[in-house]
Design a protein around this ligand. Structure first.
Ligand code: COA
Length: 260
């Protein structure tokens, strides 16, 4: 199967999925999200695939977020729908796979990019990686699970600080916060991640699937928070701050927010 925005490769029993829009920092447009859904579904259905690695093409970005240019003109309803569909097609979908998914975070992971990495079961970052949820700097909030998965991974206080300050975390800080499992040099990232996947390949696929389902079951109550997130995300699309934030991004200038 061939994709417009993805590259696929098999190493041993590991499927490597690479998001390939480097000129747009691998931003997640609608088509890329749909392709990722299909690629993950195919990998899960293939009994020869024992582990999946997700990474971004190029040396600058894992994924720099949802595609701001694509959603800038959306209404409140379209905003909420964008979030709900994203959960269903990609973010919840990946988290609930029976095949372990490792994010190889090879550069910027902002907004939907960090949310995608957090939906994966494990994260390895390169030392040049920078992570954050900068949505409030655009007049919106994380809408792909970030308000739920970041507090779970790093604790409520640190998560809230990162979200409300639109802060950026270095790879070293992300390691210290527990947001990523390992940090390695960029040149070593794919080898390290493939070696980690190689350890999984040798173990019982049925027991590993059971372990993933059991871990996930402990977090199933999050659906309430994800629904609230989608509603709040949608509401942002009706504000002047959202129009100002997204317009400023596209005009490559700093926004001026009024709170309206
Ligand atoms: N959505 C759409 N396009 C994006 C994007 C996004 N999330 N992130 C980057 N791009 C595009 C830029 O608009 C630019 O396109 P252009 O060449 O057509 O103008 C291209 O990718 C390169 O990005 P640029 O900003 O020029 O690169 P940079 O190295 O100066 O900065 C980032 C890289 C990641 C720091 C910067 O692009 C950025 O802040 N992106 C947005 C991050 C964000 O807010 N994500 C949350 C989205 S909800």
């Amino acid at each position: 199967m061939s994709f417009q925005f993805l590259l696929l490769e098999n190493i041993g029993a590991t499927r490597i999925i690479t998001i390939n829009r480097p000129d747009q920092m691998n931003a997640l447009n609608k088509a890329t999200i749909e392709e990722l859904h299909t690629a993950f579904e195919d990998a899960e259905a293939d009994e020869h695939v024992r582990a999946i690695i997700l990474t971004g093409a190029g040396e600058k970005a894992f994924v720099a977020g949802a595609d701001i240019k694509e959603f800038a003109s959306f209404s409140v309803e379209q905003g909420m729908e964008l979030s709900l569909l994203g959960h269903e097609q990609l973010f919840n979908f990946v988290e609930r796979l029976n095949t372990p998914v490792i994010a190889a975070v090879n550069g910027y992971a902002f907004g939907g990019g960090l949310e995608l990495a957090m939906s994966c079961h494990m994260r390895v970052a390169s030392s040049n990686a920078v992570m954050g949820l900068p949505e409030v700097s655009l007049g919106v909030i994380p809408g792909y699970g970030g308000t739920q998965r970041l507090p779970r991974l790093v604790g409520r206080g640190k998560a809230t600080e990162l979200i409300v300050t639109a802060g950026r975390l270095s790879a070293a800080d992300a390691l210290q916060w527990g947001l990523v499992n390992h940090v390695v040099e960029l040149e070593a990232l794919m080898q390290f991640t493939t070696d980690l996947a190689g350890k999984i390949e040798k173990l019982s696929p049925s027991a590993i699937s059971s372990a993933l389902r059991a871990v996930q079951a402990g977090f199933d109550s999050e659906s309430v928070g994800l629904k609230a997130e989608a509603e709040e995300f949608g509401k942002c699309f009706g504000t002047e701050d959202f129009k100002e934030g997204t317009t400023a991004f596209m005009e490559k200038r700093k926004p001026t927010f009024t709170g309206k």
